[in-house]
Write a protein that binds this ligand. Structure first.
Ligand code: ADP
Ligand code: ZN
Length: 638
């Protein structure tokens, strides 16, 4: 039942802006936040598609403060809910949550506060929503709006599917006059239409933001010695930083975490095979301590709300662009520079193809899964900007970003038509029964017992490929497999076989341009970049907030003294924040975000008024922490 659109309220925009400044300490709206807030605050339904870190929370939190009554927020994870509530309370907003972590007494207190009209926001776990008790409570509340966070949880084919979310449409039937706002960072069109369908949001206005994450720098390196490459990446770019390392299997998670710990990295494993208590302990340490690296399977996912994750590394290829984008999207939610780094090689292609081929699913599913994988392989293999195909996948056109590995250090391409012909021919002549290593040995004319046994040293293709080294041949085969010009026979121990598409290449009718493997196999791009900018967490190289930190340009400072002082101050501020967080049993970022601390250290406000103009410091935080911060920023003269 669509509601009439209420009359425009000219003072609404001003009130929204005032609230944004006084309560949240932000100077201006971002992207289409202002429009969304206006629409929802004046009673419209909305579906908001915004990337992680885009600022979705404000889109319902502000309308909740601008409308009379209590906003009911449905959020799938208790940890996420608790952080949100804590952050709101820090800003002086009257918020509480009802979830299974509360005992009866605490729950009773929250319910009484809600009924007394003392809550602006009430967070609810979805499994509670439709219980008689909750519905009874809701029917006695003046509800200002329903916010449905992580709305993609209704999508049945998505990896975050929550059956309870399907019942959310019942809420609308029961309270048809209450406006609703559904929010998600999942961008693909199928998920979008599933959300609209299942939540009956057909009349809602859809707000789509750009899905670009300009502060994330994408890099995909040729897999050589993945763990050593990872260690090198962490040590040279993110020492002491908080990050996530994704692996495909539980065993690899455990092994990688152990290996990193043995080399001095503060790493913790996380996967579904670990004891629930250990899992939650590791998640908690990640959330609450500085500089923890979690090594995880994709089981480590939706609950991660940490704004200062400085890198996400993949040791294995994800299944799809959606997966890659969602996982890498957990980096840099605070808008400061962050890295999405992946090692990628032939084994990844083989492994993912195999998982699809050997799955029990029907042909239609396999076709879709294959297409999704191919889209990701296209991004991994491209010699051009990574961001262009990445955003194109979500229907967004863009130009070269100037910040990914390929933009910063464009890979060489070469005409591989002839090499590809040789490769395919060697596969064919040896009977399509051998894996890559052996076929490369044939091409490179490596004689030996195996060659003689199979008579392969007698083949016309034996030794025709000595012009290229082994690394180059590996890259050739990987790209052939990635493009579907060669297939893998999983039944025959990974033998290479020809496909329909091989024919035109074999006949020389199709020319192929390929990317040359990078010389070292190590991440030379990043190293160059590191020399220019220092680590993301080291204050001296850190761009001052507001100074376009995302441009990836040279950041050598002209103010060494200022920087040394800022670094000192930042350390002191962090130490103070950690103590304060411990005192209140809250994660540090709930007290103040890194970006706020960096701005403080950089601008060194000397009185309460200028302190209040620092982003992230609203009226309440000024009142609460102003004096303590000034004491750190302006120490008394000796
Ligand atoms: P999402 O839920 O979309 O991932 P959040 O709502 O957590 O993102 O916001 C991400 C970060 O951006 C938070 O640190 C938040 O304080 C900040 N933020 C949101 N809106 C603004 C704004 N208008 N100005 C400055 N910072 C903002
Ligand atoms: Zn680029």
């Amino acid at each position: 039942m669509p509601r009439a659109t209420p009359l425009a309220d000219p003072s609404l925009d001003q009130r929204a802006l005032d609230r944004l400044r006084t309560t949240f300490g932000h100077g201006a709206f971002r992207g289409n936040q202002a429009e969304i807030v206006r629409h929802v605050a004046s009673g419209g339904d909305a579906l908001v598609l915004m990337p992680t870190g885009g600022g979705k929370s404000l889109c319902y939190q502000l309308p909740a403060l601008l409308r009379a009554g209590t906003a009911v927020v449905v959020s799938p994870l208790i940890a996420l809910m608790q952080d949100q509530v804590a952050a709101l309370r820090q800003n002086g907003v009257r918020a509480a949550s009802l979830n299974s972590s509360l005992d009866t007494q605490e729950a009773g207190r929250v319910q009484r506060a809600a009924l007394a009209g003392e809550l602006d926001l009430l967070y609810l776990a979805p499994e509670r929503l439709l219980s008689e008790g909750t519905l009874g409570l809701l029917s006695r509340l003046g509800i200002s709006l329903f916010a449905i966070d992580e709305a993609h949880c209704v999508a049945q084919w998505g990896h975050d599917f929550r059956p309870e979310y399907l019942q959310l449409s019942a809420l609308h039937e029961r309270f048809p006059a209450v406006p609703r706002i559904a929010l998600t960072a999942t961008a693909d069109p199928q998920t979008r239409s599933e959300i609209i369908d299942r939540l009956a949001l057909g009349d809602a206005r859809v707000f789509i933001s750009s899905f670009d994450r300009p502060n994330i720098r994408y890099a995909i390196v040729d897999k050589d010695e993945p763990r050593a490459q990872l260690l090198n990446f962490i040590q040279s770019h993110h020492p002491g930083d908080c990050g996530i390392v994704y692996c495909l299997s539980r065993r690899k998670v455990d092994e990688t975490a152990d290996w990193l710990v043995a080399r001095g990295i503060h790493a913790l494993p996380y996967h579904a095979g670990l004891d629930a208590a250990i899992r939650s302990l590791h998640q908690q340490r990640f959330q609450q301590e500085d500089g923890v690296v979690v090594v995880a399977t994709i089981a480590f996912g939706m609950g991660i709300d940490k704004p200062d994750v400085r890198f996400v590394a993949h040791l294995d290829l994800p299944k799809s662009v959606e997966g890659y984008y969602q996982e890498t999207g957990r980096a840099g939610r605070d808008g400061l520079p962050a890295d999405a780094w992946m090692t990628y090689g032939m084994a990844d292609v083989v492994q993912q193809r195999r998982m699809i081929d050997e799955s029990e699913a029907d042909a239609a599913w396999k076709r879709i899964a294959g297409a999704k994988l191919n889209a990701l392989l296209g991004i991994a293999e491209t010699a051009g900007c990574r961001r262009i195909p990445l955003l194109a996948y979500f229907g967004e056109a863009s130009g070269a970003c100037g910040r990914c590995d390929n933009c910063l250090d464009p890979p060489q391409t070469w005409d591989a038509t002839e090499a590809a012909r040789m490769a395919l021919s060697a596969v064919y002549r040896s009977g399509q029964r051998f894996g890559m290593v052996h076929v490369i040995d044939i091409l490179r004319g490596k004689s030996g017992e195996r060659m003689q046994r199979w008579g392969h040293d007698q083949l016309s293709v034996f030794g025709i490929g000595t012009d290229h080294d082994e690394t180059t041949w590996r890259a050739v085969f990987r790209q052939l497999v990635a493009q579907g010009l060669v297939a893998i026979d999983h039944q025959a121990h990974g033998a290479l076989i020809l496909t329909e598409s091989s024919r035109p290449v074999l006949r020389g009718e199709q020319s192929l341009l390929m990317r040359r493997p990078r010389q070292t196999g190590r991440d030379s791009t990043l190293r160059k970049r590191a020399n220019r900018r220092g680590s993301a967490s080291t204050p001296p190289g850190h761009p001052p907030v507001g100074a376009a930190p995302t441009q990836g340009k040279a950041l050598t400072s002209a103010r060494p003294q200022h920087d040394a002082l800022a670094a000192d101050l930042l350390n002191n501020l962090k130490a103070w924040r950690l103590a304060e967080a411990r005192r209140q049993s809250l994660p540090p970022f709930v007290i103040l975000h890194d970006s706020t601390l960096i701005a403080l250290a950089d601008r060194r406000p000397a009185d309460l008024q200028s302190l209040g103009s620092i982003p992230g410091i609203g009226v309440k935080k000024l009142e609460r922490y102003g004096d303590a911060l000034l004491a750190i920023l302006t120490p008394p003269p000796p």
